[in-house]
Design a binder for this molecule. Sequence first.
Ligand SMILES: [Zn+2]
Length: 53
Amino acid sequence: MRKCVNCGRYTLRQDKCPVCGSEVRVPHPPRFSPEDKYVKYRIKAKEASQDQG
Ligand SMILES: [Zn+2]
């Protein structure tokens, strides 16, 4: 999967964008953070559900 640097369209082509013919590059995925803000909330929700058991 590549992304056009010009129009931002994703394509499977590796040479150029099929839409505008511009250069395509591999989009960098967002860096995964081990300190997920929502982990705390997930754990709390899990504990709460167990209390109801
Ligand atoms: Zn394009």
